[in-house]
Design a protein around this ligand. Structure first.
Ligand code: NAD
Ligand code: TYD
Length: 341
């Protein structure tokens, strides 16, 4: 079973590759990643010599590199994690989000068609549904798309392209939409690793607005399990939501992290709000439970404490990420460009 995983050097993609190598003894994985600032091969150090794993450096929005990887490896399944993923960056500059997330998905869809891939799985996000008010029911798969940030808009655009390739070209594709992930190897610009690392270093925790925005946090391995269940068992053309029935206000997570780390609550600093900041996300996942037999397994307090411990025990990983050192790790390890594995 040959699987092309795009964006496999990022947070969720690297966890997914590790998960899949363990879960599927027949899986041979090609990781296609552009190694942007968020891509880090040090996150896959433990699997890099696995004979069922291969890394190919390339950009999903570059038709030639995409064609080459499909022609050389003939994947049966494609799982697209590759994306620009940080809302704050999309507010500063949206162009890269349109290129990577929208154009990149279109290029991949074209190649999936041309090379007759049997299943395409698009990894999307709850953010395409917009924002909930307190008391609103959670998002379901039929909730209208109301993306509010340029990041969310680019992901919604990609989802619609996937839908159109199913409808028009008969491509066998599914879309997954998940709530906020936490876990090991998450880039420390995102809320939980940023607050964890800042607290470990006795630095302020910059909490946006009134700190009462709500997210439905899910452990990254539960998400990986959901993506693989949808790729294997999902019905073509369908969307599957994943969440954890685990809504937390940001300020309560900040309190909890400081408690776990034994640091003073006075490190919390309310700062200017993010423009257009979505107030609340919550995912209804009854369809995934019913059709894919999927349920989240990791209890939040346990998963969060384990995640904090991981950041405490892996200071080298995040110190290198913060210093930009990991970008030269790739150069040192593999030389310039090309295929390795
Ligand atoms: P990430 O930013 O940690 O990783 C993204 C990866 O994609 C990096 O390795 C990067 O090098 C690669 N990449 C970016 N542009 C590329 C391009 N043009 N060509 C090839 N590779 C490219 O992101 P993440 O948090 O791991 O998210 C992965 C996917 O899951 C994204 O599609 C995101 O929208 C989705 N998602 C994330 C969350 C979350 O909470 N993090 C929740 C739901 C869905
Ligand atoms: P983030 O991890 O960026 O995920 P998303 O915006 O995609 O949900 O942020 C999670 C929440 O934490 C969100 O409500 C914004 C908030 N936040 C802060 O309060 N301070 C920060 O420094 C960051 C990065 C996020």
């Amino acid at each position: 079973m040959k699987i092309l995983v795009t964006g496999g050097a990022g947070f969720i993609g690297s966890n997914f590759i590790r998960y899949l190598l363990a879960a599927e003894p027949d899986a041979v994985i090609v990781n296609f990643d552009a190694l942007t600032y968020a891509g880090n091969l040090a996150s896959l150090k433990d699997v890099e010599s696995n004979p069922r794993y291969l890394f190919v450096k390339g950009d999903i929005s570059d038709p030639e590199s995409v064609k080459e990887v499909f022609a050389n490896h003939q994947p049966e399944i494609v799982i697209n994690f590759a994306a620009e993923s940080h809302v704050d960056r999309s507010i500063l500059s949206a162009a890269e989000f349109v290129r990577a997330n929208v154009m990149g998905t279109q290029v991949l869809l074209g190649a999936a068609r041309e090379f007759k891939v049997s299943r395409f799985c698009q990894v999307s996000t709850d953010e395409v549904y917009g924002s909930l008010k307190p008391g609103d029911p959670p998002f379901v798969e039929t909730t209208p798309l109301q993306a509010n940030s340029p990041y969310a808009a680019s992901k919604a655009g990609a989802d619609l392209l996937v839908r159109s390739y199913v409808h028009t070209h008969g491509l066998d594709a599914v879309i997954t939409r998940c709530s906020n992930n936490y876990g090991s190897y998450q880039f420390p610009e995102k809320f939980i690793p940023l607050f964890t690392i800042n607290a470990m270093r006795d630095q302020e925790l910059p909490l946006y607005g009134d700190g009462r925005n709500v997210r439905d946090w899910i452990h990254v391995l539960d998400h990986c399990d959901g993506v693989w269940s949808a790729a294997k068992k999902g019905r073509a053309g369908e969307v599957y939501n994943f969440g954890c029935d685990n809504e937390w206000a940001n300020i309560d997570i900040a309190h909890l992290l400081l408690e776990i780390l034994g640091k003073p609550q006075s490190l919390i600093k309310l700062v200017k709000d993010r423009p257009g900041h979505d107030r609340r996300y919550a995912m209804g996942f009854a369809k995934a439970a019913r059709e894919l037999d999927w349920q989240p397994q990791v209890q939040f307090e346990t998963g969060l404490a384990e995640t904090v411990r991981w950041y405490q025990q892996n200071t080298e990983w995040w110190s290198n990420v913060i210093s930009g050192e990991y970008q030269s790790y790739y150069q040192r390890q593999y030389g310039k460009g090309g295929v390795v594995g």
